[in-house]
Design a protein around this ligand. Structure first.
Ligand code: PHE
Ligand code: NA
Length: 460
């Protein structure tokens, strides 16, 4: 077997990992969650979730990948052969459950990037999105044909992912991340700066994003406890945990590595990106609400509605620079999305390559062809329906089960103490015993609670 390739530099690895973590969710989900769940007060459950579950699990995934030098299936099998199936679960869910629709959504962003040129979405952006662009069918069972512009963007996304993952990580993903990530940061800062100067931006940011509504996060009320559970769910999703991605990325780290330091940097920068981007979102929506004279609560939303309906509406209201503002915004989404999409492709391909000793080029080619074919269902008129259903299950159950299993595997089968020793030997920041307790008891217990809560809300 040929020598396993390694990241060319620490920065390269970090940018790739942050690239996976920083995705569409940071932009269109975090701010709205904060808004709904206590504004500034939401930072408390969010940071607690980051400390109690996000960072410990990030360290765990890095340790697993680094120690076993393999993606989940082989890494799990090396610890205990009976666990291999579970090792397949994570990257498979990531690929079929997220990657396929993520590619289609990036395809939407590419279309909207072009629409920005002349605000092709017109005055009624909601009607345009649903009826002209997506032409959403009446039910998830009515596919109703392919939307060709969406298919074109989706295929382009797969071609780009293929071209990047085709090469060894240090040439492909690392080089791409070294370009995408600095650019993403600069463009995001421009968007934030622009938004802050719009009329009505600051009052909206202060009132709806930053003002703490403490009563909302009281864990002893029904709605307050839900906020805590959602904060934990969001932390896993935002850090790309539970899919085996960080395991695969860490498997290419050199022997001497600061595992804890890297985990801290990745996690903290991802969350900081979300927090800062919130200023752009709330500033822009605040401006739009003020200039149209509608209440903020009616203007704000999360997910695709925010990016494809509300943002275009805000752009329509801009006094100047509509074209540039729109192109900037959708370019930010495209880059944040692509750097996450390639991590999904890599986790799945790396799993196959490690386990079966396949050739990288052939594997990536086949996987991308398969992925592209699978994505077609999300480019039909039922795409939005199916996306909602898949997203719901993957988000609420898929990644959390992955997280529980890795805690059990590392905490109990391998033994947390052995994992901790490995971290110490790799060098850098040392772990203390508290991490063992988190990984063995606290994090899995919280994750089980999150699943329990999701199941409960499903049937109530
Ligand atoms: N972390 C990404 C986000 O916040 C989503 C993602 C999850 C991407 C898992 C890849 C894998 O949007
Ligand atoms: Na994220």
């Amino acid at each position: 077997m040929s020598q396993r390739s390694l990241w060319g530099s620490k920065v390269g690895f970090l940018l790739a990992a942050i690239g996976s973590a920083v995705g569409l969710g940071n932009i269109w989900r975090f701010g709205y969650m904060a808004y709904e769940n206590g504004g500034g007060a939401f930072l408390v459950p969010y940071v607690v979730a980051l400390l109690l579950a996000g960072i410990p699990l990030m360290i765990l995934e890095y340790t697993l990948g680094h120690r076993e030098k393999a993606a989940p299936p082989l890494a799990f099998a090396r610890i205990d052969r009976r666990w291999e199936t579970i090792g397949w679960w994570m990257p498979t869910i990531a690929f079929f459950g997220i990657n396929l629709f993520y590619a289609a959504v990036i395809g939407w962003c590419m279309n909207y990037f072009c629409f920005s040129v002349n605000q092709a979405w017109g005055a009624d952006t909601g009607d345009f999105f649903m009826n002209t662009f997506l032409q959403v069918s009446d039910s998830p069972f009515e596919l109703g044909g392919i939307r060709w512009p969406i298919l074109a963007g989706t295929v382009l996304t797969w071609v780009i992912s293929w071209a990047i993952c085709f090469r060894e990580v240090n040439h492909g993903i690392e080089k791409a991340s070294m370009i995408f990530m600095p650019l993403l940061v600069v463009l995001t800062l421009v968007l934030i700066g622009w938004a802050l100067r719009l009329e009505g931006a600051w009052p909206a940011i202060k009132e709806h994003y930053l003002t703490a509504r403490w009563d909302k996060i009281n864990p002893f009320t029904a709605s307050g406890s839900k906020v805590w559970v959602e904060a934990f769910g969001q932390i896993f999703f935002t850090l790309s945990l539970g899919f085996g991605i960080m395991i695969a990325y860490a498997s290419y780290l050199p022997k001497k590595t600061d595992i804890v330091g890297n985990a801290l940097i990745t996690s903290v920068l991802n969350c900081l990106y979300s927090f800062l981007t919130g200023f752009a979102v709330f500033g822009t929506i605040g401006f739009m609400a003020a200039s149209k004279g509608v209440p903020f609560a009616e203007a704000i939303t999360s997910g695709p509605g925010l990016a494809f309906v509300v943002y275009p509406e805000a752009i329509n209201q801009l006094p100047t620079g509509q074209t540039i503002f729109g192109m900037l915004f959708f370019l930010v989404l495209i880059m944040a999305g692509l750097s996450s999409a390639i991590s999904l492709v890599e986790a799945f391909c790396c799993s196959l390559i490690d386990k079966f000793d396949f050739d990288r080029k052939k594997t990536v080619t086949w996987v991308c062809v398969l992925g592209c074919l699978g994505s077609v269902v999300f480019t039909t008129r039922a795409g939005l329906w199916i996306l909602d259903i898949v997203d719901h299950f993957v988000n609420n159950y898929g990644l959390v089960t992955g997280g529980i299993f890795e805690c059990l595997l590392v905490g109990w089968v391998l033994k947390a103490a052995i994992a901790r020793k490995h971290v110490d030997q790799a060098g850098g920041v040392k772990l203390n015993k508290g991490w063992e307790i988190l990984v063995k008891f606290v994090t899995p217990a919280i994750l089980i609670l999150v699943i329990g809560f999701a199941l409960y809300s499903e049937f109530s």
